[in-house]
Design a protein around this ligand. Structure first.
Ligand SMILES: [Zn+2]
Length: 417
């Protein structure tokens, strides 16, 4: 029987590992696996890639160039090999691109700027789509910082791949983020229920550049739904000259909800201590639509209505407006006229003022009824953004929050191909 020496056996084992990783990684030529180290104690595998002599493409403009030199060795985290953390090592060739100068060549195993390989990047994106940043961090063992970079690269890629970022039916809304006075403008495609862009701030200076860049395409927008209060209608009129400006129901109802709430506050000021106690906990009931009031609050609400007569009347006027919104456009116009008379003759100052506000914005409200711009269109996106906001305690800045909104609500093609 022939026995071999231990050095020879070790050599064979290493060769087997190299062949095994060459087979399972199959790096596209000219890349090949040159070395593998396996550390059982650390449960870690390190794999080195090298390349045969070849030309490479510039990572920016993809022009084919000759190799200039090589960047120092770096490592990329890969999918685990069973439970062994796996790292790919390589020296990226640098090319002398006539357009971009001496830059890194494009490599087939990782996205430029990321320290994970493409398969791990893809898995991370899928995990981030399904769970929070912390959840993905725990599942994959990839740090939040790396996941943040992966999310940013995915959004950037998705935005580049997007064919068009205007729509026939657009929405403009403001969203408060973090502390007071920090707002974002959310530009949405209402037809496809997706966020097109998030701009920092609600002032015109912040949003105008986006519209200026797309001035030509925006001529084809037919409907734009805006928040009545945020002063977006001027923007809509300047950049979407052919679009009907609509005030969506959500924001219109907000005006009336505020009127009911102000009436309640004023009335509560005139109540006895005892009545105030009975009103306690009923203030939110006045903000519900009649069919949405939870059963458990019904008794409390009836009692509060009996005490707060003025607030109760204000609530009825608000509810009547919700009813006429359901009418067909010609009936809506008549219904509004009757409702307006009631609101302005109700001897409820806040309700009358709200009625006058709505009359001033009547064309936009009627447009919303005609075009069927319903809550359903905006509410789904709004809820999604609110959920991102709730999970956003970990976000340190507004840029990360913008990235998260576009990642989850942009319907972007995010995965690396
Ligand atoms: Zn180049």
């Amino acid at each position: 029987m022939v026995s071999c020496c231990s050095t020879c056996c070790k050599q064979r084992k290493i060769m087997d590992l190299v062949a095994f990783y060459q087979r399972i990684l199959s790096p596209p030529p000219p890349w090949y696996v040159s070395r593998v180290e396996c550390y059982d104690n650390e449960k870690r595998v390190d794999v080195w890639l090298e390349h045969a002599p070849s030309k490479f493409r510039c990572e920016h403009c993809m022009a084919e160039c000759s190799v200039y030199d090589h960047a120092p060795e770096r490592a990329w985290r890969h999918l685990n090999s069973c439970e062994y953390q796996t790292f790919i090592h390589a020296r990226i060739p640098r090319v002398k691109c006539p357009l971009c100068g001496v830059v890194n060549a494009s490599v087939p195993f990782a996205t430029p700027g990321l320290s994970v390989t493409l398969p791990l990047e893809e898995l991370s994106i899928k995990a981030l789509q399904e769970c929070t940043m912390t959840g993905a961090e725990e599942l994959l063992g990839v740090t939040a910082r790396k996941l943040q970079h992966i999310q940013e690269a995915a959004v950037e890629r998705g935005m580049e791949r997007r064919q068009s970022d205007v729509s026939e039916m657009m929405g403009l809304d403001e969203k408060q983020v973090f502390a007071r006075h920090k707002y974002f403008t959310i530009i949405t495609d209402l037809k496809d229920a997706k966020v097109l862009e998030v701009t920092d701030g609600r002032k015109l200076e912040a949003t105008t550049p986006w519209f200026k860049e797309r001035k030509h395409d925006l001529k084809f927008t037919e409907v734009v739904a805006v928040d009545m209060n945020a002063g977006y209608s001027n923007l809509a009129h300047s950049f979407m000259p052919n679009a009907d400006v609509c005030f969506d129901r959500f924001h219109v109802m907000q005006v009336l909800d505020n009127a009911v709430d102000s009436t309640r506050k004023e009335e509560q000021g005139t109540m006895t201590e005892d009545q105030r106690k009975q009103m306690f906990g009923a203030r939110y009931c006045f903000l519900y639509g009649k069919e949405n009031l939870p059963e458990r609050n019904r008794e409390k609400f009836e009692a509060a209505k009996a005490i707060a007569k003025k607030t109760s009347r204000a609530w009825s006027v608000k509810e009547a407006f919700r009813d006429i919104w359901e009418l067909a456009p010609p009936d809506f116009e008549d219904g509004f006229k009757r409702w307006y008379w009631w609101a302005t003759h109700s001897r409820l100052q806040y309700v009358a003022a709200a009625g006058k506000t709505l009359k001033r914005h009547f064309t936009g409200i009627l447009n919303a009824v005609i075009h069927g711009v319903t809550n359903a269109l905006t509410e789904g996106l709004n809820n999604k953004i609110e959920a991102i906001k709730r999970n956003a305690c970990g976000y340190r800045n507004k840029a990360n929050f913008r990235t998260a909104i576009l990642f989850h609500c942009g319907k972007l093609d995010l995965l690396p191909h």
